[in-house]
Write a protein that binds this ligand. Structure first.
Ligand code: UDP
Ligand code: MG
Length: 328
């Protein structure tokens, strides 16, 4: 149990969100005012908007709002680094000032009313609170199926991912400090955070339709996230390759014995079809498994370069008096 109410920082990753951002900022601002009024969070809580290299008016909207309302802070990336990095930046930059951080999408598909539950769990002493979606009714059929297949695959591969947990979650300052110690650029927060431990709990929330604009998660962004998820959390695919190799060796042995018998009985040509089929199969498996190993090697290559995970081009941070919070 905690007895002091937290200074809450809400982090919003924004990528080309000009259609929805103003409205979302208003809703979140009202919600935060409500939370402050109800004495659930401190009155110097903040909302941090991270512009992930948008090409539309997103940054102008953030900058304008931040210049008139002290509650809003802004970070602008030098280019598009992706959703996961945008969330990470918002969390890491906030961690010295905040007691806890909640991340939420700019389209507010996640119900802001769940914030009360997040704070309640924090007050109960949780360091990590996961938001779990009640259903996937608002998702298109394609997304629903791919998402479910992905979570099934992750479980099969032995990664600890909480199904249907969105990137709507609360982390305490302690958990954020721990997160800062993970240097990987192959970032899949949904898989990474459960491995940190800490007292955790879940909060259920309803998913709404996007209020405007299009989903910013293109198919290639989604595939990349899934690949990062698999390769960053598990090396089991590599182990499966070894097993597969063994199975094929055994099969080859059996086929060799069988063809020897065929040969002894003078039926040499008969095995031709099997040979060709096996040739294709083994060739295919070879390419596939080599490719898979290559994938891991590639990811390792990216990791060892230790490049920054994001670069901040502009930040509206100190003007709001938030820097003083760092010293407290
Ligand atoms: N987003 C981002 N960088 C990207 C893609 C998306 O910061 O490269 C943000 C986006 O602005 C939104 C959140 O990530 O706040 C979730 O994206 P979206 O709502 O488009 O995804 P979906 O809900 O369709 O999965
Ligand atoms: Mg969305």
């Amino acid at each position: 149990m905690r007895d002091k109410i937290p200074r809450l920082f809400i982090v919003i990753p924004c990528y080309n969100e000009e259609e929805v951002l103003e409205e979302s900022m208003k809703i979140l601002r009202d919600k935060l005012t409500g939370l402050i009024g109800a004495g659930k969070v401190k009155d110097d809580s903040r909302i941090v908007c991270v512009d992930d290299g948008s090409r539309d008016r997103t940054w102008d909207i953030i900058a304008k709002r931040a210049s008139t309302d002290d509650v809003f802070l802004g970070l602008k990336f030098s280019r598009n680094y992706g959703h996961q990095n945008a969330i990470l930046a918002g969390m890491l930059e906030s961690r010295k000032a905040a007691d806890c951080v909640v991340t939420i999408d700019a389209d507010l598909q996640q119900d802001v009313e769940a914030l009360d539950d997040f704070i309640a769990k924090y007050m109960e002493g949780c360091d990590v609170v996961y938001g779990i979606r009640n259903d996937r009714d608002t998702d298109k059929a394609g997304k629903k199926i791919t998402a479910e297949a992905f979570y099934m695959l992750m479980r099969l591969l032995g990664a600890k991912v909480i199904p249907n947990s969105a990137d709507y979650r609360l982390l305490s300052a302690k958990a954020l400090e721990a997160l800062a110690d993970y240097p990987e650029s192959n970032l899949f927060l949904r898989g990474l955070i459960p491995t940190m431990g800490f007292k955790s709990d879940v909060v259920y929330f309803d998913v709404k339709d996007r209020t405007g604009g299009q989903s910013k998660y293109t198919l290639s962004k989604m595939l990349n996230l899934a690949l990062d998820g698999i390769t960053s959390m598990s090396t089991r695919p590599l182990e499966l390759i070894v097993v597969l190799g063994l199975v094929f060796c055994l099969m080859a042995l059996v086929i060799f014995i069988l063809s020897m018998i065929d040969w002894a009985r003078g039926m040499v040509v008969q095995g031709w079809t099997t040979t060709v089929a096996l040739l294709c199969l083994i060739g295919g498996m070879n390419l596939l498994t080599n490719g898979l190993v290559g994938l891991y090697v590639g990811k390792t290559y990216i990791e060892i370069k230790h490049r920054p995970r994001y670069i901040i081009d502009q930040s509206i941070w100190d003007g709001s008096g938030v820097l003083e919070l760092y010293d407290q």
